[in-house]
Design a protein around this ligand. Structure first.
Ligand SMILES: [Fe+2]
Length: 437
């Protein structure tokens, strides 16, 4: 029987015993919290895109070989407004709501251009991020929602913009062994400049009980190569000493986004892949807080998940799941999901690629600066001093879309990587952590 992605899911707020197949070792204990879209229609209205659905939080508590499950809808402002109106009244990335009653859209365009982004949804259905001791449901807007990790109750709405100049923030965060969190956001058209910023949120609680983001510090910034078309990114890489940021030619057109409501198109339609552009790979030294001097680039690719990154003998190695275009997002329109169910789609298949960045560019023009024996990835020095990287394909066309390793555990490990991941129905982000030590 075909799975109906557009079907509204029931929540299970009270813990229920899950059926366990096989044996869970006694030592494995804890709670896995995930979220994803769960409600796709309200009254006569429905979302266009699977990612737009109302966030449904899930928890799986594992103890003494048994698993209990519970789920609860994230009761943010968006959820409350929609359910009270019994229709979709707040726009999402792939679905524009009309009328959107809380907004004077024309004035929003003006404020947008004078450095304030429109008031986005707080339907945080992408991922869970821990800042300090607080857990948050996140999307990629400036809003996150604190949640109770035990009851899954919705708590405070947190606005990044109160603490950092970040209009949008990537879904994925890294953690170090001390519990500090590292995230990445984009500051759009502030003082005539658009830039990416990496920021650190210290682990632990603040003594005055205020939100952990109050202690956030910008680690470094990377200038965007264009003012009004910043790259979209969903994750970044981190090793012991470096951050890896891929400035890909999958771009948000800010002017088009600002006028999307008036033109009756979705914000998602303003995100475009530019195959004629290159992909810049920024390597940032965590100690100096500056980019290394070498300019790395590769051909056009679309990346959502950076899987892993580590250092090895004077190189930074990182693995990504990449596509030749943005058809992955297109595939998840609910109408298309229905059409394509069970068919071999024409959408671009993923590749897991390994890239290697040499930390030393002393070499002849035309020389491959990668000296690692176990990879065919190359980084060739060009006349102008730039370094052209070609990735090694580790895996091609398998149904893997969403994978990441736990950076706090995998840092510096030269992993021989083999992943087989698939989208878990009902959870947009099920990350399977695999380690080959
Ligand atoms: Fe993700």
């Amino acid at each position: 029987m075909q799975y109906d992605y557009s079907k509204n899911k029931e929540e299970h707020p009270e813990p229920i015993r899950a059926e366990v197949k096989g044996l869970i070792p006694e030592w494995l204990q804890g709670t896995l919290i995930r979220n994803g879209p769960g409600l796709f229609s309200l009254g006569e209205t429905r979302y266009n895109h699977w990612f737009d659905g109302m966030a449904l939080l899930h928890s799986f508590t594992i103890k003494k070989g048994e698993v209990t499950y519970r789920s609860k809808y994230l009761r943010g402002d968006t959820y409350n407004s929609n359910t009270q109106a019994n229709r979709i009244v707040v726009s999402e990335m792939g679905t524009m709501a009309y009328p959107d009653p809380c907004k004077n859209i024309f004035s929003k365009v003006i404020t947008f251009l004078s450095h304030t982004i429109p008031d986005f949804t707080d339907n945080c259905a992408n991922n869970i991020i821990k800042y300090g001791n607080d857990y948050h449901a996140t999307s990629e807007t400036n809003y996150i929602r604190k949640i109770d990790p035990i009851t899954l109750d919705t708590q405070d709405k947190v606005d990044y913009l109160k603490y950092l100049p970040a209009n949008i923030v990537a879904s994925h965060t890294h953690y170090d062994t001390e519990g500090n969190s590292y995230s990445m956001g984009t500051c759009i058209a502030e003082k005539g400049k658009t830039k990416y910023l990496l920021f650190k949120v210290p682990g632990g609680s603040r003594s005055d009980g205020s939100p952990p983001l109050k202690s956030a510090e910008v680690v470094c910034t990377v200038p965007c190569r264009s003012l009004l078309t910043p790259s979209y990114y969903h994750s970044f890489g981190m090793t012991d000493n470096y951050f890896v940021f891929i400035e890909q030619p999958l771009k948000l057109d800010i002017l088009k986004m600002a006028t999307a409501y008036l033109r009756r198109v979705s914000w998602a339609s303003c995100m475009k892949f530019h195959p004629e552009d290159s992909t810049l790979i920024h390597l940032i030294d965590r100690k100096t807080k500056k980019e290394v001097g070498i300019k790395f680039y590769t051909g056009a690719m679309a990346v959502f998940h950076q899987v892993n990154a580590f250092e090895d003998d004077g190189h930074v190695v990182f693995d990504v799941i990449c596509y030749d275009d943005n058809s992955l997002y297109e595939m998840f329109y609910l109408d298309k999901l229905k059409e394509q169910m069970g068919a071999d789609t024409t959408y671009c298949k993923p590749k897991c690629k390994r890239f290697v960045l040499p930390l030393n560019d002393m070499g002849e023009t035309g020389e491959d600066l990668v000296k690692l024996k176990y990879t065919t990835a190359s980084a060739v020095k060009e006349k102008d001093g730039k370094v052209l990287c070609q990735g090694e394909v580790l895996c091609d066309g398998k149904p893997m879309t969403m994978g990441r390793l736990n950076s706090s555990l995998s840092l510096s490990l030269p992993l021989s990587l083999s992943l087989s991941l698939s989208v878990c129905v009902g959870l947009s982000h099920t990350h399977i952590h695999v380690f080959f030590l």
